[in-house]
Ligand binder design. Structure first.
Ligand SMILES: Cc1cc2nc3c(=O)[nH]c(=O)nc-3n(C[C@H](O)[C@H](O)[C@H](O)COP(=O)(O)OP(=O)(O)OC[C@H]3O[C@@H](n4cnc5c(N)ncnc54)[C@H](O)[C@@H]3O)c2cc1C
Length: 379
């Protein structure tokens, strides 16, 4: 029972779980190994409306609240957590456009993003600008009719096929801002993109280095805003992405728990199911309790985006750090419950454990969340 959710939200959540189980779970391994085409899969999600859950109806979306995006990400996280990365970046671009975009930017991009005809991504990191993302050295030069962008971005999710990237670069787009935040069409020929970077976890998303060489951008590309500086908007987009990643982490934790529970009920040692041993029972009790705590935290954060904006950033940092920790710790304990079987490459918990570790690093490390909290809580 979700004490937070209305009957309508709970009913929609059930449809998300059914969709994830029926349409994603059977191809999760193929998405992870790229045997199934992620681009086509995401476009299909767009056609079904899942990429435009919180896009206003007038722009072709479902017009639902951000909480539904979190519920969808949790359902997805139960079967293929790597998709959480693609969703996190995509929803982040949408929320930035909703809050900061001009009418022209919104009407041009939101319908494309809602339908999955363009996938959103964020390109902040550079070789020397990771946690210290404000240290970017990509350059923006102002011209009479727009801007020229140069620079190399690392760890760009789905950089090789995303349609629209939110790019953080050095000063140049706006006199009032120290940094520039730009909406960049990723299909431009002026870009050079590396192949997918192989890694430990969250492998279904593509991870590319994207190089911009004298890329011309129109005036409309500038999303820098008089209200907030570019780095504040960039941080807002990361906060949105973090809540989605944390939702996927909650789903991951419960998926690992379900596997461990099933194993504990059926695996016998010393003449009895191992679930009868207190040492195993307590692991499962911890997974359930901390998983629920993470879920409440994430729901609160998602709700606060629209209902308590002043605490959104704090909630986002807290829930990302906590949910990723819970997912990593308890998927590890779930693997322990499985014994040797859990270490095997075809075992779901082996995959969940790898994915969970990556969640503590991507979209800002756990240390970065605590640094943000030190600021926000004025410690
Ligand atoms: C799967 C994946 C997806 C990603 N997707 C994107 C994306 O879509 N867009 C994008 O722009 N970036 C993306 N990133 C990059 C990600 O945001 C960075 O990896 C992350 O911010 C950390 O930067 P870094 O790897 O350079 O580590 P570093 O910043 O070099 O940090 C190394 C270690 O030092 C710690 N550290 C750094 N500074 C401090 C400090 N002041 N106090 C204490 N500890 C500190 C860090 O927590 C970390 O443990 C992605 C990364 C991964 C792995």
């Amino acid at each position: 029972m979700n004490t937070f959710l209305s009957a309508e939200q709970e009913a929609v959540r059930q449809t998300y779980l059914t969709f994830a189980n029926e349409q994603i779970a059977p191809i999760a391994r193929d998405l992870e190994s790229h045997k199934s085409c992620l681009k086509e899969f995401l476009q299909n999600l767009g056609q079904k409306g899942y990429l435009g859950i919180a896009v206003p109806r007038e722009y072709g979306g479902q017009g639902l609240s951000f909480v539904f995006c979190a519920l969808f990400a949790e359902a997805v996280g139960m079967v293929e957590p790597g998709l959480g990365l693609s969703l996190a970046n995509h929803y982040a671009v949408i929320e930035v456009l909703k809050r900061y975009g001009t009418e022209t930017q919104q009407s041009r991009y939101l319908p494309l993003l809602a339908r999955g005809e363009a996938l959103g991504t964020t390109a902040f990191s550079e070789e020397k600008a990771g946690t210290d993302f404000r240290a970017v050295t990509s350059t923006v030069t102002k011209q009479a009719d727009g801007f020229v962008l140069n620079g190399k971005k690392t760890w760009v999710i789905n950089g090789e096929f995303a349609g629209l990237a939110l790019v953080l670069a050095g000063a140049g787009a706006d006199e009032n801002n120290q940094l520039s935040l730009l909406l960049v069409d990723c299909t431009d020929k002026a870009q050079k993109c590396s192949g997918d970077a192989g890694r430990l976890g969250l492998k279904s998303a593509y991870l590319n280095t994207v190089e911009f060489k004298d890329q011309k951008l129109s005036q409309e590309a500038n999303i820098s805003h008089a209200k907030d500086a570019s780095d504040v908007i960039a941080m807002y987009s990361m906060d949105v992405a973090k809540v989605i990643m944390a939702s996927a982490a909650v789903g991951l934790n419960f998926a690992a728990m379900n596997e461990a529970l099933e194993h504990a009920r059926t695996r016998e040692q010393f003449g009895t199911p191992i679930g009868q041993f207190q040492g195993i029972q307590w692991k499962l009790a911890d997974m359930g309790t901390e998983g629920e705590a993470a879920r409440l935290h994430v729901m609160r954060a998602a709700w606060s985006l629209e209902n308590e904006p002043e605490s959104f950033s704090k909630n986002a940092a807290m829930c990302k750090w906590f949910a990723a920790k819970v997912a990593r710790q308890h998927s590890g304990e779930a693997l322990q419950v499985m014994g040797a079987a859990g270490l095997m490459e075809d075992n779901k918990v082996e995959k969940l454990y790898r994915d969970a570790k990556a969640m503590e690093i991507c979209l800002g490390t756990s240390e970065a969340q605590k640094m943000q909290l030190v600021d926000l809580l004025e410690i």
